[in-house]
Design a binder for this molecule. Structure first.
Ligand code: URA
Length: 234
């Protein structure tokens, strides 16, 4: 692939920056300065060093993020901060997007990737990938409420699929869903005349939010998590 394409895909330099950096002798290919940025390189074999830092090419990137409040799950927004703003600019590679949406005031696990096929497979309703959320409600939940929520409630013309609820107090617990309609949990609680006051996603399929990540922090998925994410048999 072309050197400038590699650097732009990895979010390291735009094509015109690459061209300038090459002319300045700041890009080494196997130890030799690249004279031009449009040369062909083999990402698996050639060693690329940009301004003294090795650039490792990977076709796909998978990031786990602990979303704080106040960020929207989008790639860009004219008025709001997006979850992508939390990734350091040098690691914000091209075409990264959040795999699924959390509301602006929902916290917790968001996976960012540029692997559209895997993300769409995991988000597709037919795959029933479970997502677990910690929640708190304004009012106590009765056992009748829990039963209704677990069996499915009408959230405005849509009847939710069965889900699981494990109460920890009478107004907090964990809810496991296998679908993700817009504002689903908030609307489900409204359907039983209650209100969500805290919502945090703590797992997505087999991927759990890393407790070592503070709000706003991120890390790459581990090899095991990555294998799960790309597993076509799910
Ligand atoms: N359900 C909601 O209501 N909001 C979220 O962010 C996620 C699930």
């Amino acid at each position: 692939m072309r050197l400038d394409k590699l650097l732009s895909q990895m979010g390291k330099a735009t094509r015109s920056e690459s061209s300038k950096l090459a002319r300045m002798g700041k890009i080494l290919i196997n130890g030799t300065p690249a004279k031009r940025s449009d040369v062909q390189v083999d990402p698996d074999k050639d060693e690329i060093v940009l301004c003294g830092v090795k650039v490792t090419y990977k076709e796909f990137t998978y990031i786990m993020l602990n979303k704080p409040e106040g960020y929207v799950s989008a790639t860009e927004d004219p008025h709001e901060k997006t979850v992508l703003d939390l990734v350091d600019p040098q690691d914000r590679r091209k075409n990264l997007f959040p795999c699924g949406r959390l509301d602006k005031n929902t916290l917790g696990l968001v996976i960012l990737t540029n692997d559209g096929d895997s993300a769409h497979r995991l988000l597709s309703p037919k795959h029933h990938v479970s997502k677990v959320y910690k929640f708190e409600t304004k009012l106590p939940l009765t056992s009748k409420d829990v039963l209704s929520l677990e069996q499915g409630v009408d959230i405005g013309g849509y009847f939710t699929k069965p889900c699981k609820i494990k109460l920890e107090t009478e107004a907090s617990g964990k809810i496991t869903l296998t679908e993700g309609k817009y504002h689903q949990i908030k609307r489900m609680l409204e359907a039983v005349n209650n209100k969500i006051t805290y919502l945090e996603r703590i797992s997505f399929g087999k991927i759990d939010l890393d407790p070592a990540l503070k709000r706003g922090e991120w890390r790459y998925l581990t090899k095991e998590e990555e294998e799960y994410f790309i597993d076509k048999s799910i």
